[in-house]
Design a protein around this ligand. Sequence first.
Ligand code: ATP
Ligand code: MG
Length: 220
Amino acid sequence: MIIFDNVTKVFENKWTALFNINLKISKGEFVFVVGPTGAGKSTLLRLIYGGDKITSGRLQVFNYLLNNASDKDITNLRRKIGIIFQDFKLLMDRTVSENIEFALRVIGIKENLIPHIIADVLNKVGLYNRRDFYPYQLSGGEQQKIAIARAIAKNPEILLADEPTANIDYKGSDEIIGLLKEINYSGTTVIMATHDHILAETSKKRIIRLENGKIRSDGN
Ligand SMILES: Nc1ncnc2c1ncn2[C@@H]1O[C@H](COP(=O)(O)OP(=O)(O)OP(=O)(O)O)[C@@H](O)[C@H]1O
Ligand SMILES: [Mg+2]
């Protein structure tokens, strides 16, 4: 489903964030990407959804070759990918419900289904009673959960979660991992970046360890 073949990412300022990455992620997997700050976790996730272009190598996601994908390919690719951004990227001038509604409209979900999906995902993250709040009226952890609800609302084939537990307490983190495992169980491939290696290790899933832009290990 995702194949990195000798992928290197060099930014405009000549900083190399990822070196010769080789990686295969199959449909239905749950994978942690672990590593210290600056290791390249967010960059790796960003390449997968076409948020940034690779510098050399070959990157395939579904049937798209991201080396030279057109804008149309990238749009189609993103329809199938849910993204939980490290900084949430919630729309501040829209309520919780409207944030999710917007994400569903973009991908053309039938109008009459939208309220049901919103209620379903907000119940999943336990924040249905905050549906009419604006993001600035929510705590950091609550905003995090709304970002998760929005990402899973489109029932994506791949879910990219960038530090989804960073703003949440210990119990909340367990809940989020439980939620992601549930989503994974229903068929979605989940890739979660975290600096919390203990959280990853206790989850008994595949762990890709990044350090200074290189894969140090890949396994359990
Ligand atoms: N647009 C950019 N231009 C230049 N360098 C960048 C850019 N974005 C990221 N980097 C560099 O690439 C490296 C990897 O960044 P990245 O955001 O992928 O790290 P990370 O593993 O997600 O870290 P964190 O745990 O802090 O989120 C960092 O050293 C960063 O300075
Ligand atoms: Mg990051």
